[in-house]
Design a protein around this ligand. Sequence first.
Ligand code: B1M
Length: 216
Amino acid sequence: MSQEFYTRVTQAVINGDKELVVSLAKEGLETGLKPLDIIRQGLTPGMDVVGDRFSSGEYFLPHLVMAGDTMKSALAELEPALKAAGSTRESLGTVVIGTVAGDIHEIGKSLVGTMLTANGFVVHDLGVDVPTEKFVEAVVDTEADIVGMSALLTTTMRNQDSIIKELTEAGLRDRVKVLIGGAPVTSEWADDIGADGYAEDAIGAVKLARRLVGVE
Ligand code: B1M
């Protein structure tokens, strides 16, 4: 399908038009598009435009809320197709994932969780604004192989550091791999705080998670 289709998806996100975005997601799947292409080429560029307009003062918080709700509706439509591949596989490992304390951005974290599930991991999603100690408890309770922490704000990414410190103090750091991500996060930051890796997007997170459990 043409670039024009993806542009319509992007515009629907910018306009916060849930009904349209859901019907476009359906249409895309019906015409054989890959759900991930609809996300990467249609939905995410829309979120970026809204984010940029928010930064420049053209848009306000309600626009962010609307864009977030719109993208979530589209993802709900795409999720069964995204997850379909994972259900038949043997588990590659257990992942605990969440957005760090003080941060309520959930879409990227949930997408990473969905893609990990789709690729054979058992995922325990702790949600958003997750207190540091809850990450540590969940690692113990689920015997996780990997803990994934998402942070979308420069002010909350330092909580990724706190979680690693808590894991170390609890004597768990050698037993669990740490994967971090989120828009302001970089591989330098991952090195600084002693994470096992940083992924820029959901596909990168799957690749890294596979490597961390020794599959690649
Ligand atoms: Co917020 N927000 N927001 N927001 N928001 C950003 C992040 C911002 C960049 C917008 C901007 O100014 N340009 C800016 C952060 C600036 C900064 O700190 N650098 C910002 C701000 C300032 C804020 C508030 C402070 C605004 C305010 O109140 N004044 C506030 C903070 C609230 C809080 O958390 N305490 C706030 C609130 C919100 C909403 C709640 C309204 C809403 C989120 C709704 C929801 O999640 N249900 C929202 C939204 C929608 C955005 C933008 C527009 C879009 C985020 C998104 O969902 N992107 C965002 C601007 C932007 O990103 N362009 C912005 C789509 C998603 C698929 O991408 O989350 O990046 P992303 O995830 C990617 C990768 O980052 C990576 O893979 C994902 C998939 O490819 N990834 C991982 C993410 N987590 C990973 C974990 C991994 C690995 C990879 O391993 C574990």
